[in-house]
Write a protein that binds this ligand. Structure first.
Ligand code: SF4
Length: 336
């Protein structure tokens, strides 16, 4: 289903300039942007994937990865098609590196129908995830407004590659973000994603300063972004710019798509985990055997175990109903 895009302008050459993400694609008539899902047709820019759902599933909120936002709850999760990055290791390439035509055009699902599904799912709301939701901004925003009006929660799982104005619009109705920070290295972003690091940092700062719940995911890929010095620099930046209680998920890479090198060694994950823990109290390991730990929440002050996680099962052990540590009364950074 096509819907006229938000955030674009026509220039003097008759091109549509998309202002949604920092690629700022300029499209002559008939051309499509880098994301593959926004096209200039007869003097207007259209979103080609409005309401086209590639995946719809009720997941534990921990699977998004959000460990400090309504822990133990479920959330209806929706994805569409397209992406504004080109990561060689993408696990969802079948829906991200394509256009809707590749999928035989599923029937569009209006935001109102999605709202009803979210209500019936028994979860806390709707998560925009699986592929990059920025590239289906119009559908996400329309759905998020309805979800918000109904008193439910909106969660966005994103690469953070979005311009400030649309991000501000989104932040009015979104309650939590998980943003991928893929490296702390400009050349990595250019080479591996086709994008830039700086706009992602700007998005992280904007979300944090607005006081919206934020968790960050860092996928550790050996040889590409596990350099100890760059990693330390990133942790310092997170602590100083986003706050000392910023939540960080270190996720272990496994071969996918074009990238077939072996998985990240468990020792590398442990080393980076301990580096991060020196500055940040809430650091987690993902895609690792349970025996490696790194999934529990401990009180930053007295180190008491506050939340234990076994797979996606959550036990709140050392936290009272007001969110304080039962050992020392420190407020634990948990939204619920
Ligand atoms: S959203 Fe798509 S069309 Fe718009 S600037 Fe980004 S990549 Fe280009």
């Amino acid at each position: 289903m096509m819907q006229e895009a938000l955030h674009y302008a026509m220039n003097k050459k008759g091109e549509a300039e998309c202002l949604l993400c920092p690629h700022l694609c300029r499209m002559p008539p008939g051309h499509t942007g880098k994301c593959g899902v926004r096209r200039h047709i007869n003097g207007q820019l259209f979103s080609l994937n409005y309401g086209l759902i590639s995946a719809l599933c009720t997941d534990p909120i921990e699977k998004k990865s959000l460990y400090h936002f309504f822990p133990g709850h479920q959330i209806l999760s929706v994805g569409s098609f397209g992406c504004n990055f080109r990561c060689g290791w993408c696990q969802n390439a079948t829906i991200s590196q394509c256009c809707p035509d590749d999928f035989g055009r599923p029937e569009p699902t209006p935001p109102g129908v999605l709202l009803e599904s979210a209500g019936k799912s028994g979860g806390i709301g709707l998560a925009y995830t699986y592929n990059e939701p920025t590239v289906w901004f119009e559908y996400m925003l329309d759905s998020a407004r309805q979800i918000n009006d109904r008193g439910m929660k909106n969660v966005v799982v994103s690469n953070g590659y979005i311009n400030r104005e649309p991000l501000e619009e989104l932040m009015e109705v979104v309650h939590a973000f998980n943003i991928d920070l893929k490296a702390f290295d400009r050349s990595f972003y250019r080479r591996e994603t086709g994008g830039k690091l700086q706009p992602v940092k700007e998005s992280l700062k904007a979300i944090s300063r607005k006081g919206i719940h934020l968790e960050i995911t860092y996928l550790v890929i050996p040889g590409l972004n596990h350099d100890a010095l760059a990693f330390e620099g990133m942790i310092e930046w997170i602590q100083q710019e986003l706050g000392p209680e910023t939540i960080l998920h270190l996720s272990r890479y496994f071969p996918a798509r074009k990238m077939q090198q072996p998985p990240t060694p468990a020792e590398t994950m442990q080393e980076l985990y301990h580096t991060a823990r020196q500055r940040l109290p809430y650091v987690y390991l993902g895609n690792m055997p349970a025996s490696q730990g790194g999934t529990a929440t401990r009180c930053p002050d007295c180190e008491q175990l506050v939340i234990e996680r076994t797979g996606y099962r959550v036990s709140k052990l050392g936290m009272d109903a007001s969110g304080k540590c039962t050992g020392c009364s420190k407020s634990i950074c948990i939204m619920s």
